[in-house]
Ligand binder design. Sequence first.
Ligand code: NAD
Ligand code: TYD
Length: 370
Amino acid sequence: MPRNLLVTGGAGFIGGNFVHHWCARYPDDRVVVLDALTYAGNRATLASLLDARRCEFVHGDITDRPLVSSVLERYRIDTVVHFAAESHVDRSIADPTAFVHTNVLGTQVLLEACRSAWYQNGVWQAGARFHHVSTDEVYGSLGPDDSPFTESSPYAPNSPYAASKAGSDHFVRAYVHTYGLTATISNASNNYGPYHFPEKLIPLMIVNALHGRRLPVYGDGQQIRDWLYVADHCRAIEHILNGPNVSDTFNVGGRAEHRNLDIVRQVCALLDERFRSTPTLAARFPDCPAAHGISCATLVAHVEDRRGHDRRYAIDPTHLSTQLGVEPQETLESGLARTVDWFLDHESWWRGVMDGSYRQWIADQYGGTA
Ligand code: NAD
Ligand code: TYD
């Protein structure tokens, strides 16, 4: 049976990858994207699908209840995949307000609109599904020898971003418990890959290195994250949506724990190698040290640490693996190579998504031209 999906935040990084993935795998399904196009959302990410009328785009805010309800009704949505969020920890430290608004209130508005659309005369619409995309950051920080997070790890969010995502998870749980909604939640580790806005670690390092800007490593760079290639995350969500229609939570990880400094060094080594093997790159990116035979790693600069910086995240993906048979397909090495190549091949995308004020901001922070 073809499905009618509503993908919130589908013009962002993971949502955009998911929409491409889903449209390729299920061409008979209707996919409707609802996105407010904040600084992190870009129509360009979906351009090929929109031009080919493979998905529909609604420009709007998930906190706008009349709009959300009308989208659910108009497109007879039976499956909601909820990505829309403010997602950057540093921005949440600078000002948490938008994080509470979108991540907590927006999720509750979406849940309430679904309850009103799918629960009638005391019965939930058969087959209706709500999937909430969340993060491992809700579990807080681990010590070096602690076991990885499982689905029953206690919530201990440390940043305003993590607290807002924890709040959204709790609202989903409360709608399941109180109203009988069927909902799944995935708590994923750090994603990376195509269409990643260059404010997060990996794309920022790639874009800064190409401009010859400093590569800012917070503190000692020994913080550990689990790294998940975005296509592996999208496949995991696909399996959850195709799995049993019962409320459940799944931790999604890449089986790839690495220190930040090692990630940055690997990105640099990949760029150095690409410049050696592709001489035309030097003319395209003359400010990159690799264009002059100098390693990008010379740009690494240890800068002031993030406030309240979590030391280690790690995921135990056993539940996803045993219940649904899902394993990551990319290693960090293969995923990083794909990511670096994608950014080298899609210069117009990343130049297009960075508006003038953001370009100026990174030039002011890390040197080089805007
Ligand atoms: P992103 O910042 O790249 O994209 C967020 C999208 O949501 C953007 O398109 C933006 O325009 C849209 N949006 C923001 N506020 C909105 C609003 N009020 N109404 C409608 N749309 C709005 O984020 P991402 O990295 O793609 O993350 C997607 C989801 O996955 C988030 O819920 C995030 O918490 C979660 N997650 C992200 C990671 C990661 O490493 N990036 C890891 C685990 C979980
Ligand atoms: P980030 O990509 O912002 O994701 P998150 O904070 O959700 O984990 O950061 C990943 C790690 O990289 C985190 O430990 C902070 C660090 N980091 C830097 O060292 N320098 C940077 O410029 C950025 C953006 C992040």
